[in-house]
Structures are given as structure tokens and as C-alpha cells.
Design a protein around this ligand. Sequence first.
Ligand code: GLN
Length: 172
Amino acid sequence: MIGVLAFHGGFAEHISTLRKAGFESCEVRSVQDLSGLSGLIIPGGESTVIWKFLEKTGLGEALRVAKFPIYGTCAGMIVLAKDKLGLIDISVERNAYGRQVASFITDLEIVGRILPVGHFIRAPKITRVGEGVEVLASHDGVPVFVRQGNIWASSFHPELSAETSIHEMIFS
Ligand code: GLN
């Protein structure tokens, strides 16, 4: 069972991508909702709102000790990064790809495959990658998909594409 943090933002798209990929999923809004999960997605949206929610509900504390894979997309990546939950050793700059009008879609090479998954929407830019962090995809020389142990993060939104391979890679 893969949980999707469902307080705010693009959780419905992640749930339908997970369903398409053959995973069972559920919406997560409290610490109790974490029990029995084998993975969690923190969707995009507005990172300030997601962060306040994580703090208020105690979910932030609970996720700091979680052992299952956690995948943050866009705003989800911001809250996983060094100066928030500190679960992955990257630094990010919010909205660094520009304003809403600068949002774009691109193919990305991910572990040797070209995939049409690069939906960038007021995306955060990864400005520093720590030693233990694996870069799985870059765009214009900038890392956009990274992993450190059980924590995965992308600047873009694969759940807005028809592809399921990123979700399969993380949760299979
Ligand atoms: N711009 C948003 C933020 O800084 C992230 C946008 C997104 O998740 N698509 O929180």
C-alpha cells in the first residue's frame, strides 16, 4: 500500500498513476494513516502549506524515522531537502525555473531511457547535491531527479504524464 500525502496539491494524479502502475494506494492526512504503508509520495503544490501541515500534524516527525521509500515531487522535494525535513542532502531554490509562464514540458534521460516525464511547473532547482546523493536525471546540466537511500525527489511532475515508470522504479 503506497500512501499519498493528501492535504493539498497534486495528490489525485499520483493516485491515478499508482493505480495505472498496479499499486494499491491511499490518502494520508495523519500519523495513523502511515501504519501499514510500504511507501509514501509527497506531491507538488505549495511547499509552505505542505510544510505547515507536516509540522502541525506531527507527520514531519514521523517521516524523519520512516524506513519505506518516500518520493517528493516539486514542492514535495522542497520539504524533503536539507533545510526542511533534512531527509535528503540537497539544497534547493524555490521557483528558480521562473514564474508560472516559464513552466515547460521536456523529455528526460532517466537511467538510459528517454521518457516524456519532465513537467516543470514553477519548479524548484537543485543547487547542491551532497556526497551520498545519486543523480538519476539532469536537465541542462542541472540535477532534476535524485536519490539518497530510501528518499527520492524530482523537480518535475511525472504523474502529469502518461508514464508510470518513475513510480514503478521507486516502489517496485
Ligand atoms: N512553486 C512551488 C513551491 O515553491 C512548487 C510548485 C510545484 O509543486 N509544482 O512550493
